[in-house]
Write a protein that binds this ligand. Sequence first.
Ligand code: SF4
Length: 274
Amino acid sequence: MPHSAEGLPCGVRGGARADAGAVGAAPYPCPVPGPEASPTPSAVETRTALVRRARKIDRVLAVTYPDAKAELDFDNPFECLVVTVLSAQTTDKRVNAVRPTLFAAYPDAKAMAGADRATLEGIVGPLGFFRAKTDALLKLSAALVEQHDGQVPPSLDALVKLPGVGRKTANVVLGNAFDLPGITVDTHFGRLARRLGFTTETDPVKVEHAVGELFPRRDWTMLSHHLIWHGRRICHAKKPACGACPVAKLCPSYGTGPTDPVAAAALVRTEGPN
Ligand code: SF4
């Protein structure tokens, strides 16, 4: 089946679900045009054309990943902040596995600030770097208690002043716990923003600003989820599955990975690896 005139991937409207099918199957089926048929964005693409192409890509990814969301589990802003801090250097799955025990023991900042270090180290031990992570949680929760009466502040400026909280973590919390627009530039987002030609910047803050200018603020949080999900499932760092990519015809980097549909389908993951 061909792409539609809108560039939408075939067979995904209404839900090519990320959890459907086995790893290696083609859960986002869509024959991809060969390079000769691909209207590769020009090196002299105008600003208007770039904005249109970028927004079209986001629309396609929204249809491809209708369930896109943060892959870390949390129930409130405190949990969101803590699990995001813990997710550095480990997988979301591992963080999700320790979460119930962690928040049963320390449901809020006050409880965590008063935690027994050895007990907390034991809980976060499976995540690696347990001493550093325990340090981070103790300092972070103490700062929340001292500076914000135990509450997570809903502002970028206040969040990045907390110990161990950078812009990426702050934007995750704003976008997912407070429903405020936030662009999360993790490794996947940065790589895809460059491959898709949204920016040539490599500094995460510059990427955040450059990409943010292409989209309305209201789209920032979901755009982040769409790019991160696409990076985890199809547009991998080492071998992107170009031949199974629903935005292939809108991507100037088409051909970075295998374009053969069968070879590409074997690279597709049905859930995020981390
Ligand atoms: S998988 Fe290939 S075609 Fe798709 S976004 Fe990544 S580089 Fe572009």
